[in-house]
Design a protein around this ligand. Sequence first.
Ligand code: SDX
Length: 435
Amino acid sequence: MKNENGFQETASLTVGGKTVQLPVIIGSEGERAIDISSLREKTGYITLDPGLGNTGICKSQITFMNGEEGILRYRGIPVDELAEHSTFVETAYLLINGILPTRMQLNKFSVQLNDQSLVHEDMKGFYQNIPPRSHPMGILSSMVNTLESFYPILKTTTKIEEINTTLTRIISKVRTMAAMSYKISRGHRVVYPRPDLCYCGNFLNMMFDSPVRPYQLDKSAIKALNVFWILHADHEQNCSTSAVRLVGSGRVNVYAAISAGIAALWGPLHGGANQAVIEMLEAIQANGGNISPFVERAKDKNDPYRLMGFGHRVYKAYDPRAKIINKTAHALLEKMQISDPLLDIAQKLEQVALKDDYFIEYRLYPNVDFYSGIVLRALGIPTNMFTVMFALGRMPGWIAQWKEDADDPNWRLYRPRQIYIGQNTTHYIPIEERV
Ligand code: SDX
């Protein structure tokens, strides 16, 4: 039933001797939220939700997740259908524009990505002067920020045109920047993008082509990379996407907002987990393949150690992306006729964990990061670039989420509140009187 505000339900809250009615928002998949935007004004109270596990920061039309059932859809399309039938460029278009492109729209988008694929030659100077042991995520976050200097968002073009050019520029150039960073870090000659290669084929070629050993593009490698990036393309309000929205809400240029997203993704509890998983599997391998010490440590409450690649704030079922990546890893290794001992260890670890009461009780399943490193190793990507690969995949999602905020007429600065529990009023003490 609708109430006077047109909302279909309301929540009654009695607090501080008062009872107030708060509107309830009902999502298109039946999710319900209590709109507390008038709470402080009506009651003087705020809510407190460390980690924001119970707090929605926006309404969105981009991605739907059902963590209990392991469902993930981009603009309503199940991610497994996109992984099977789509390409990363087509999925990027879907996320940003809300619909699958016609053939003409897709061709136009591909031409724009190609036209934007070079980076300013002066960028090489940055890469050549970054300390050699810098982490590629720190380099990527810094270099994305410099895009505003190289390509200032001009006020001359129409807003829509300017935004679309800027967003296409980001998706295309970050791929070139990542490959350039890798080549320069190895002292190799930079390989330029080619107009005759697709988005994923171009990246692999820029990473691995060499004058003395031309890179042999392999269809199964290109397919695996498309699937990998499709599966990483968006994931509603995760830590890094919320960072993009929050930083973007200050109306800073979109490059800076995306740079903040890259920094947020870097952490081992978030996107950095894919690198941490491989380091964990290598440690198990070095331990003679003996898994139990690692599982026991992960269960020990006195030990902060976590089983990397397991658990998720939203998924309390198997991460649907992990299933697809596991399948992709097996298919790629078979096609390339390589075997990876770490995959065998990962499978064993999954079997042990999923039968263990602790993991069952806490509903800890493999997440997107658990098997993704196996695919990346088979493609030849160095481990310290794994999270960069996650970031390249998440670009369309970050952009779509930033755009959804920016297009919202009620777009407001994100400014959470707090409950102060510190010192009450006291006064300055001259230093000579301090003990
Ligand atoms: C990503 O949000 C997204 O959508 C993220 C992402 C995306 O696409 O953007 O899906 C990508 O970040 C995937 C997650 C990658 N991170 C890891 O694999 C790191 C290992 N996992 C965890 O640290 C943990 O599971 C989190 C951070 C992913 C989720 O943690 P929560 O929701 O904050 O849960 P929690 O830390 O409060 O854990 C709840 C309980 C705790 O026990 P108690 O203190 O309550 O007794 O479960 C335990 C934890 O100790 N637990 C684990 C565990 N994960 C949770 N115990 C051992 N090993 C783990 N991996």
